[in-house]
Write a protein that binds this ligand. Structure first.
Ligand code: FES
Length: 65
């Protein structure tokens, strides 16, 4: 599922980048992926997935992407 339409970034890409990041800094991950850098509508969803107070888990099946 696309989280950021402007940058065409999926939930899976966010999770993979977060897992590969040494410090998992939310703002830096967003900057690197281009998430929340244009219209900003995806910021809350991205924060819920990879932010410091994430509300979802990245352990999803490939079918949920
Ligand atoms: S949907 Fe992510 S910046 Fe527009």
């Amino acid at each position: 599922m696309y989280v950021c339409v402007c940058a065409a970034v999926t939930e899976r890409q966010l999770c993979e980048s977060s897992a590969a990041s040494a410090d998992g800094d939310f703002r830096e991950l967003c900057r690197q992926l281009g998430v929340a850098q244009q219209c900003g509508r995806c910021a809350a969803a991205a924060r819920a997935i990879i932010g410091p107070d994430r509300q979802t888990t990245c352990a999803r099946s490939p079918a949920s992407d």
